[in-house]
Design a protein around this ligand. Sequence first.
Ligand code: ASP
Length: 623
Amino acid sequence: MTEHPPSLATPYRTHTCGQLRAGDIGAEVRLSGWVHRRRDHGQLIFLDLRDRHGITQVVVDGTDSPAAHDVASRVRSEFVVSVSGTVTARLAGTENARLSTGAIELQTTALEILNEARTPPFYINDPDAPVDESLRLKYRYLDIRREPMQQRLLLRSRLVQAIRQAHHENGFVEIETPTLIKSTPEGARDFIVPSRLQPGSVYALPQSPQQLKQILMVGGVDRYFQIARCYRDEDLRGDRQPEFTQLDLEMSFVDEATVMDFVERMAIEVSQAVTPERPLLEVPFPRFTYGEVMERFGSDKPDLRFGMELVDLAPEIPTPDGVPASGFRVFDDALAGGGRVKAIVAPGLGDAPRSRIDELTETAKRFGARGLAHLALEATGSVKGPIVKFLGDDLAERLCARAGAGPGDLVLIVADGTEVTNEVLGRLRTDLGARLGLADPNVLAYCWVHRFPMYKWDVEGGRWDATHNPFSGVVPEDEALLTTVSGDPSRPSPEDPAGRARALQYDLALNGWELGGGSIRIWRRDLLELSFALQGYSLERMRNMFGAMLEAFEYGAPPHGGIALGIDRWAALLTNQATIREVMAFPKTQSGTDLMLEAPSPPDAGQYADLGLRVVPVEERKA
Ligand code: ASP
């Protein structure tokens, strides 16, 4: 995977450790790097010399070069050395096909130790050696010397390069927005930076460049992008970090399809440039409405690499006189109450033991279900399970057939309100998909989800909350729905038609992860004021929060929209990693600590004084 520029020669080397081939035999060269491995055979000492580009075998012969041999006998793993010598063919039978330089070796004439090294706390030369993650983070520079981290950081660099190229080819301007700004909320807490020159005031680090990129559209930039660092102070999970990197972009005079089409073409180009060996499941990317994706997959970021879709069982359940009568109370009550009875099929789990079913039921309960019913289809085709006695054989068989189960499969059924049913089955689907290894790890399955609800009712606040950002536009056909039962937008209620309005918002998902999302923004002032009022904000209040942007909107804002995609997530998915820490050079731990730098740490006393700050001890704060 080394792409070798024509020359990386420096005063310390004529070639890199990954460069020499049979064609170089006879050449006098100089290499520098780390000692990957040392094998002492008395008169002959072998050094595997390593740099980022590869490994070259170095032979030090005590008879020919006693001085070099003397140095080689003092060399240890991870010493930094420089070797001069002649490129020679390896003896027949000792070539190493796994090394790009495996046809040759270097006969040493001179060897110099450039720097010694302490014994590393873990093996650098064994990529598979299990190493505790906190040790890797504390000695990240040693971890980065190891092959797997090198490969991932290289891939990430190529990813960003491909992204930049695709944007430049499509008329985008790369602009850096500042990171000492005013609060730009994206649903998390701000990190704040106290100002020394204006004691008592703070900057906020951007949760995203959202306001600034919209202002750039008012500035006539037309198409902006940035590889942007964002900061969100929230509790960390596996795929979160307090600071992370987004591909952030915004476009003017566009509609939803223009943005989605560009992003899709860019994502295809980038994927093919970075991981040409990984097939794309479906092109063009499937586009689901939020309603459809929840109904079919129970998730707004479905993993499409396997089926196991949610199936509605209700059509098989008889309803004499309009009353559901499956014979099983839980199903009938759910349907009578306007809820759902839906199922997924776990392939090959038909003969799962009781303990496995109990475990699945526990998982479903953790996901919010009251219970989990099941029907097992035996190899003979007969249906078994505790609820068969209520349903009767005939209905039980028809439910299995409707679910799409075959002999040996297990049908898992949830009966509850629509939201709970979809959510629980969706999470079970994800869980089982991973456990049963149903997804092909090589495939890249991108899909779009759009037409999200514009608002979600906030019970406590008694108002409509924007599901994405407060500036997301409304689907044109739904504009008329932005009304309230009371007739006054500042007196909203959960029955308002506004609750049915759909946003011009789109998310891009990849292999079950949300890669990112964006929207066409509200750029018309009347709509903006109406939407703010529904969200319980006066224009005054919004002005306090988003003053600069709202003022800019008064000077001619073009129709515009954009998106942001997580670069860390993208790189993690392209390298099949379970956490974004694996594709970040210097990530933080779950508690937000940099174990290598030992950050955060208390400031110097003087720094507090400069800022006019004083720390209140936790006990005092509680009091
Ligand atoms: N600012 C949004 C985010 O960070 C993305 C966007 O709407 O463009 O999620």
